[in-house]
Design a protein around this ligand. Structure first.
Ligand code: HAM
Length: 426
């Protein structure tokens, strides 16, 4: 017997039953982004490796050990581990600032070679947004409101919004030096990872998942106590705005995020159910210097991305597989397959989701297939119906059977009015 292939570790099939839930969520996202005046961008899945090294940051876990990279030197390319870098690249490459396209959203796969577990995959999907050229704290607020709308669209209504400011190039270097001095004092009690990061990426040390280390950090200097006046004013305006909008949030001065491009506002949305350790369903922040660092104009930027697998898990959306859904299943007697298909096509042209049995089975076999298809109605056509120019319509849920029209347009109108009547009744 031949070898049976399976998906690679950390990769998964999204199967029928699940795809319907994805589509419904994606549709709600499209509507939400449109309401906020965002337009969709679809960058490629592969970019020059250097783009991620220079934006996400050389010292991050993502760039250091999680990228799927091919080719050497100038030819080196990487499957995108996130989308912000690609959107910035596209923004610069196509001069989107001059085209007034500063509010962009995206949805699609990302790739990180992480250790797979519940809610953590090597291919996962992000839905996210980036806004360019808006410096004011009010933009942070609007992005947070949109983030929570998207989270709610996944059926999550008890998520926690966690907010922080990590300062900018004016105040972070001094804070960083104070933090390193503190961490050096406790270095002998730090784990290997944290000791390595102490000099490469000290802010990330605070993000450690180790409880003993976390206890040590209770005494660590806090970034929010070290902000310069401009960053403090921005942060205060964001907090004040959240309060005015009635958006509940928590502050966490240790929320530093795993990507290097952030300044000032950083945030995460955490689910309270369904995910365990991987409870961050959405993360983002401001990155005012990134576009310029990538060779573009000096425009501020801000954005977030959510993991769709995590959103749907936490929202419980996937608990019930979606059923197959057809409006009608055409069952014929004494008609050749092409004749039957002609009727099926006519019903489809009228907008109905129609199925049939190309296998030429008898009445019993076709009815069995009609039942399994998930169709609402069977449309039966035999010699009698053909002679009278009618059809027989069977409600497959109730078993009720009645005479219907023979004309495809009239059949479609009847079926549609029955289905919309049910919609109105429930
Ligand atoms: P991130 O926090 O690395 O941020 O990822 C955003 C979201 O993607 C996470 O909150 C999580 O839900 C999901 N995610 C990340 N890794 C995985 C994984 N291995 N498996 C499943 N889901 C995952 C960014 O990527 C930034 N680009 C967000 C951003 C946009 N910042 C500014 N603009």
């Amino acid at each position: 017997m031949g070898r049976r292939y399976r998906t690679l570790r950390g990769f998964r099939d999204i199967l029928p039953g699940e795809t319907e839930h994805w589509q419904a969520f994606e549709q709600r996202c499209r509507e939400l982004f449109a309401r906020y005046g965002f337009r969709e961008i679809r960058p490629p899945l592969v970019e020059p490796t250097e783009l991620f090294v220079r934006s996400v940051g050389e010292q991050t876990d993502i760039v250091g050990k999680e990228m799927f990279t091919f080719g050497e030197g100038d030819e080196s390319m990487t499957l995108r581990p996130e989308v912000t870098a690609s959107v910035c690249r596209a923004y610069i490459e196509h001069g989107l600032d001059r085209r007034g396209a500063g509010r962009l959203w995206y949805l699609g796969p990302c790739f990180r070679r992480e250790r797979p577990q519940k809610g953590r995959y090597r291919q996962f999907h992000q839905v996210g947004m980036e806004v360019f050229g808006e410096r004011e704290p009010a933009t942070d607020l609007e992005a947070l409101a949109l983030a929570l709308d998207v989270v709610r669209a996944a059926g999550i209504d008890d998520a926690r919004l966690v907010v922080n400011s990590i300062g900018d190039e004016a105040c972070r270097p001094a804070y960083r030096a104070r933090l390193v001095a503190f961490l050096e004092q406790v270095a002998d009690r730090l784990g290997e990872d944290s000791r390595r990061r102490l000099h490469t990426n000290p802010l990330r040390v605070l993000d450690s998942k180790d409880e003993q280390e976390q206890a040590l950090f209770a005494e660590a200097p806090r970034i929010t106590d070290a902000l310069c006046d401009a960053c403090r004013a921005h942060h205060d305006a964001v907090r004040d705005g959240l309060a005015r909008l009635g958006i509940p949030y928590e502050e966490d001065p240790r929320l530093v995020r795993g990507l290097d491009y952030y300044v000032r506002t950083t945030f995460e949305v955490r689910a309270t159910r369904g995910l365990g350790a991987q409870n961050a369903v959405l993360g983002g922040g401001r990155y005012d210097g990134l576009v310029r660092a990538l060779g573009g104009p000096d425009v501020p930027g801000l954005g977030w991305a959510a993991g769709i697998e995590r959103l749907l898990l936490a929202g419980g959306v996937l608990d019930e597989p979606a059923a197959a859904r057809l409006d009608v299943y055409v069952v014929t007697l004494g008609a050749s397959p092409p004749e039957t298909l002609a009727l099926v096509q006519a019903l489809r042209a009228e907008g109905l989701a129609a199925g049939w049995d190309p296998g030429g089975h008898g009445l019993g076999g076709q009815m069995k297939r009609a039942g399994r298809s998930g169709a609402r109605f069977a449309v039966l056509l035999g010699d009698d119906e053909r002679a009278r120019g009618t059809s027989t319509i069977k409600d497959l849920a109730s078993g009720e059977q009645f005479e219907g029209p023979g004309d495809p347009g009239a059949i479609a109108a009847l079926v549609r009015s029955r289905i919309s009547g049910e919609g109105a009744a429930t």
